[in-house]
Write a protein that binds this ligand. Structure first.
Ligand SMILES: [Zn+2]
Length: 215
């Protein structure tokens, strides 16, 4: 079981993967030189597990904007070196929901919003700051823009601009366009995301096979 310790701390678990023989996939965090490195791992011996793992790993890299960690084969990190753990855990679960062929690249920063009856856009203003906008003609636009901004604050642990509630920023001051795209639809419906969180918290206490000693 020496290998278990080397994986790092498990921060999320996707169990009973319907897209791959009900295997369990874990997301692990390791710290190297003060930077957070992430590993997608499965204890499954199923032959298909390796292919599924690499699809999830590549998908997570694309959807969260992770890059290979230098000197640490197999580990991924955010370019800023921060953990952004909450946003990453959610992105991991979103990627795991998809079959391999449904895992695409990053999602667009413009989306239709049913409640606002218009398109909403996440605009990068640089240095990790984003402004949510709606067309001026959309009556319910301003309200929804503020709601989505608050959604991002919750989902991505961002800060809201006190003078403009449509502006949110990452405390690392680094852009994370992929994360913003991946969690945009979640920010539009943060209540259902929070409900899923509760389920996930319940799942988190169930250890993956063979991983009982990670804490
Ligand atoms: Zn960052």
């Amino acid at each position: 079981m020496g290998q278990t310790r080397d994986l790092g701390r498990r921060i999320e678990l996707h169990s009973m993967d319907p897209h791959c023989h009900d295997i369990s996939l874990g997301l692990y965090r390791q710290i190297h030189d003060g930077r957070s490195g992430y590993l997608v791992h499965s204890y499954s011996a199923a032959e298909a597990a390796e292919g599924r793992l690499s699809a999830i790993r590549d998908g997570l890299a694309a959807h969260a904007g992770l890059v290979p960690m230098e000197g640490q084969p197999g580990l991924l990190e955010f370019p800023c070196g921060e953990d952004h753990e909450k946003a990453l855990r959610r992105t991991f679960l979103e990627v795991c929901k998809r079959a391999d062929e449904e895992i695409d690249g990053p999602l667009p920063l413009i989306r239709h919003d049913k409640k606002a009856e218009c398109e909403l856009t996440v605009n990068s203003e640089g240095n990790g700051q984003y402004r949510i906008t709606a067309p001026e003609s959309a009556e319910k636009g301003p309200r929804r823009v503020r709601a989505v901004a608050r959604g991002f604050v919750k989902l991505c642990e961002m800060e809201i601009d006190e003078s403009d509630e449509s502006v949110v920023k990452f405390s690392c001051h680094v852009d994370h366009d992929s994360l913003m795209g991946s969690l945009f639809f979640r920010a539009q419906n943060v209540r259902s995301a929070m409900q899923e969180d509760e389920l996930s918290a319940g799942r988190g206490v169930l250890a993956a096979p063979g991983s009982q000693d990670d804490s």
